[in-house]
Design a binder for this molecule. Structure first.
Ligand code: SF4
Length: 694
């Protein structure tokens, strides 16, 4: 029973969990949050919510929050509480000492998709202008960086094409590598509503997710592909579209780059890409692939929604481009009901990418080597800037192991638990001389930290988040920061102590700077957001009210670019020693590594991670439902209980990664996307054996 007091005042703010971006009225009594009420005027949720946004806010006041800065000389020493002044001074002196000894590029920073746009902007500014290098990266590296690369290469901008409302006009919905009813519940419900009203459904997923078969919703096609074969599957669908004459010729003639289209059409027409020829690769019967391709191409408005099952592969960027090709070739771009729509995992994945937290791009996706852009930022920030891209997260860790990268500032991210190949991550962290972690809790990364700076929850600060449909929404401070400072203020303190002063008295001033320097944000301000409720970028003189649907009259890059998408199998292969393929996902009631949901009072938050295994594979190994098993890969091993189910095909096992004791990322390997280094979380060759538990 949740005791609810009488609210005295309220503020509208935005959920800090997933990329749907539901807005809530936070009802307060004094400084206590008593209730989160889904906001009826919320443009992303229209008054709906899931359990996480509505009930899972207790972590903000959880007893395990760290509210005082702490330092220690060695990671084996006990922590010592210190004043903010001492912690900041120590941070700056350590970073300066390291740069003096090892060079300007020996330190860097990692931002988080949990943080606001304004906080993210500040961290990348601190690194570029204060540290003097481009060694800044974001946790979006490990989820949707292939979306950024793939959609920019094909369409010219690194973002989804539609607003959520668009799904109401879809006739065919194609979900690939996403599980919206668990991962994006409010939008998943919206999708189901459209399906109940008659839209047709194609699901490509190794696992039978709820959408495939649930009350009132049945997929017309479920394509249960082998993990790691997305490119072969989508290219086979394109083969059907081209060879059966299902191309939207008028659209392609008007909107596509005809030279790249001809090359692409010739490529996908080759017999080796037919559904029959690729059946042995994907494991999907050719007649299902042909049927799904015909339905998508001819069923009316076709919309594609995808998630991490597309991006977190060694060919993540290639799959994004294969999807983009398919949508262009069938004319499914640039109007309501169609489009290519990445379902972003965390609340501000889109925003953290928009804000320039990749090592090669300034805010607005402009490359650091573009002279005119760099000169503009040099003038704005008052310092010379490095024209060379910096290090990505995995490269920082490699360089740390090699002894050339020595200092790291991590804001709101737990790379030791959430990044793949845990042993490599912790080896890199352990090799550094100064790791600064800024977080709500002593997370796994903090085990390797020398300085801990208390973070602030979304309830304790002002700012903005940008959801999966490019919708910028306000985050409003409903209580004072528990540890004195909001995250953005801590970054300012570090910058000042490093000798690079940044002068803002409120996050609205940071947004004003973003708007003044980033064309797609030119019309965005806190005032405009307060008046309009939300704004979808681009918002500028050409689109003063924002842009719900992109690429209506033309692609941002001009003509749509068709890209050859050759399937290259992952190096992570099954064999006698590791005969099963592991893939991973989330459940509705938990969120990522559970740092927040596990610290909220609700027994469902504490559900354990289970290993889903097909009855045939279980029987072969003598495993019964609920038994403990050891899950082992070439990277490491862990123990968890088995859940026997035919949701997964024989040869495939599946687990979630919400609990630190399961440590699913001990299992995952260091393979990554060829273009962006996004880790290949979704394919790991494993063995499963009965065990006595941990
Ligand atoms: Fe929050 Fe996502 Fe749930 Fe909405 S659907 S309440 S944004 S977790």
């Amino acid at each position: 029973v949740i005791e609810i007091g009488t609210p005295e005042h309220s503020k509208v703010t935005t959920c800090a969990y997933c990329g749907v971006g539901c807005t809530f009225k936070a009802e307060m009594r004094g400084d206590e949050l008593v209730r989160m009420v889904p906001w009826k005027d919320g443009k992303a949720n229209h008054g709906h919510s899931c359990v996480k946004g509505r009930f899972a806010y207790g972590y903000a006041t959880h007893r395990e929050r760290i509210l005082k800065p702490m330092i220690r000389a060695k990671i084996t020493d006990p922590w010592r509480e210190v004043s903010w002044e001492e912690a900041i001074e120590y941070t700056a002196s350590e970073f300066k000492r390291i740069q003096g000894k090892y060079g300007r590029s020996s330190i860097g920073g990692i931002t988080s998709s949990r943080c606001t746009n304004e906080e993210t902007y500040l961290v990348q500014k601190l690194v570029r202008a204060g540290f003097g290098n481009n060694n800044v990266d974001t946790c979006a590296r490990v989820c949707h960086s292939p979306t950024g690369y793939g959609l920019k290469t094909t369409y010219g901008t690194s973002a989804g094409t539609q607003d959520f409302d668009s799904v109401d006009d879809s006739d065919v919905i194609f979900v690939i590598g996403a599980n919206p009813t668990d991962g994006h519940p409010v939008f998943g419900s919206r999708m189901k509503k459209r399906l109940r009203a008659g839209a047709r459904l194609i699901v490509a997923d190794p696992r039978r997710i709820d959408l495939v078969k649930s009350p009132h919703v049945r997929a017309d096609y479920h394509l249960p592909l082998k993990p790691g074969t997305n490119v072969a599957l989508v290219t086979a669908m394109a083969h059907v579209v081209v060879t059966e004459g299902l191309i939207d010729e008028a659209f392609v003639r008007e909107r596509g780059d005809l030279e790249t289209f001809q090359d692409w059409a010739g490529f996908v027409s080759e017999e080796r890409h037919s559904p029959e020829a690729t059946e042995a690769i994907t494991g999907v019967p050719a007649n299902l692939v042909r049927g799904a391709a015909r339905l998508y191409a001819t069923g009316g408005n076709g919309a594609i929604y995808y998630g991490l099952g597309v991006t977190e592969h060694s060919q993540g960027s290639t799959t994004v481009m294969a999807i983009a090709n398919l949508a262009m070739a069938t004319g499914n771009i640039g109007r309501p009901g169609v489009g290519v729509n990445p379902l972003r995992g965390q609340n501000n994945v889109q925003g953290s990418c928009d804000m320039g937290s990749f090592p090669h791009e300034y805010p607005g996706y402009r490359h650091v080597s573009e002279d005119n852009v760099r000169e503009m930022f040099e003038q704005l920030w008052g310092v010379p800037l490095d024209p060379e891209p910096g290090l990505r997260i995995p490269n920082m860790l490699d360089a740390a192991v090699d002894g050339t990268f020595k200092g790291l500032y991590v804001q709101g991210e737990d790379i030791a638990q959430s990044d793949p190949d845990t042993y490599h991550v912790t080896s890199g962290l352990a090799a550094m001389e100064c790791v600064v972690v800024q977080d709500l809790f002593l997370n796994e990364t903090a085990n390797y930290a020398h300085i801990f700076l208390p973070g602030s929850s979304f309830l304790e600060k002002d700012g903005t988040f940008t959801n999966a449909e490019r919708r910028i929404q306000r985050v409003r401070k409903v209580m004072a920061p528990k540890a004195v400072y909001a995250d953005w203020e801590v970054t300012l303190l570090i910058a000042k102590a490093m000798g690079y002063e940044m002068d803002y008295s409120h996050p609205s001033e940071i947004m004003d700077e973003i708007a003044g320097s980033t064309p797609s944000f030119a019309g965005v301000s806190f005032d405009a957001l307060d008046r309009k409720g939300s704004i979808q970028w681009p918002c500028n003189d050409d689109a003063p009210d924002g842009t719900p649907i992109m690429h209506i009259d033309g692609f941002v890059r001009g003509k749509g670019n068709f890209v050859i998408t050759e399937y290259v199998g992952t190096d992570e292969k099954v064999g006698p020693r590791f005969p099963l393929l592991l893939t991973t996902g989330r459940i509705l009631s938990q969120y990522n590594v559970g740092a927040q949901t596990r610290r909220t009072e609700n027994s469902r938050w504490h559900e354990e991670d289970r290993l889903e295994i097909h009855p045939v594979d279980a029987e072969d190994r003598g495993v019964r439902d609920g038994d403990w098993v050891t899950l082992r890969s070439r990277a490491g091993e862990t123990s968890l209980r088995a859940l026997i189910t035919d949701r997964v095909a024989p040869g495939v096992v599946y687990t979630t990664f919400h609990h630190p004791n399961t440590q699913a990322n001990v299992i995952t390997t260091d393979f990554s996307d060829w273009a962006t280094n996004c880790p290949e979380y979704k394919v790991t060759a494993v063995q499963v054996a009965p065990s006595n538990g941990p």
